[in-house]
Design a protein around this ligand. Structure first.
Ligand code: ZN
Length: 282
């Protein structure tokens, strides 16, 4: 395993961690101030800043871009809705390329309104990803399929285990030509009894594109907005990082915390704390 103490070189800030107090420009400056060498923007603040301006600012501050969040959300009630998601994801690929992102985070999407057909949503997600894969390959921006915890299967993401994401990658990229892989977010996968073989399989195929960290609080008071800072919850972060790195991953460790608690705090305190926990807890 990599030694993290005294070395922030693999730490990345996902913008959502400070989203209530920082626009993208302020987040970029804060990373530079705290010696955090990478950032993962979201598309809304990126577009608000202007893609070209943001790309320059990121470059001027010497930051890497561990990923761009996010696109996908493919299932829809009609063909026009599904095509709109495909078109939007192609635009996201171009945005990711413009800022030098190492991957584009892709969420499958949930079930269309009034649908009870989860299997259909999953087929539509697969078809959407297949439709944008050639564009991702041409742009040199791999698609990072992020499985989300099953509690989001209906409304956000019908790909819910790493095994499912691995299967999809194998189906869409049978010859391992690249352009598609997985994002492993500890919050979404820590509970999975099949996590260890799934991480090994993703790594063996060279498909681990991103590693997101936070913690699972007990009790969790809100299914979306109560994620914990690393060390404050029950996830065995060192064990999962060990599995990911043993599988060959040597990329960024991206801190992504959706939390009303942390959003209220001074962004400098948030970045100081995450840099500290990265070195002492991760
Ligand atoms: Zn994530």
């Amino acid at each position: 395993m990599r030694e993290l103490a005294g070395d922030l070189r693999w730490l990345s800030l996902n913008w959502a961690t400070v989203r209530e107090r920082c626009d993208l420009g302020h987040a970029i400056a804060a990373c530079a101030r705290h010696g955090i060498p990478a950032i993962a923007p979201w598309r809304e603040p990126l577009q608000a800043m202007g893609i070209g301006v943001a790309a320059r600012r990121i470059r001027d501050h010497g930051l890497a871009v561990s990923g761009l969040c996010r696109a996908g959300m493919f299932p829809a009630a009609d063909a026009a809705g599904r095509q709109a998601a495909i078109d939007d994801t192609r635009r996201a690929i171009d945005e990711a390329a413009a800022i030098g992102a190492r991957c584009l985070i892709v969420l499958a999407g949930g079930m269309p309104p009034d649908s009870r057909d989860l299997a259909l949503a999953r087929r539509q997600a697969r078809d959407g990803i297949a439709a944008v894969l050639p564009h991702a390959r041409a742009a040199g921006v791999p698609l990072a399929i992020e499985p989300l915890h099953p509690m989001y299967a209906a409304d956000r993401c019908c790909i819910n285990t790493l095994a499912q994401a691995n299967d999809l990658c194998a189906e869409l990229d049978p010859d391992q030509d690249g352009g598609i892989g997985v994002a492993i977010d500890v919050y979404h996968v820590f509970w999975d009894p099949e996590l260890e073989p799934a991480i090994a399989r993703a790594g063996a195929a060279g498909r681990i594109l991103a590693f997101h960290v936070c913690d699972w609080l007990v009790p969790t008071r809100d299914l979306l907005l109560d994620r914990g800072m690393m060390g404050d919850g029950v996830i065995d972060l060192r064990r999962i990082r060990g599995l990911v790195e043993a599988a060959g991953y040597a990329g960024m460790i991206e801190v992504e915390i959706f939390s009303r608690d942390w959003w209220r705090r001074d962004p400098d305190e948030v970045l100081r704390t995450m840099a500290d926990r990265y070195q002492t807890v991760m």
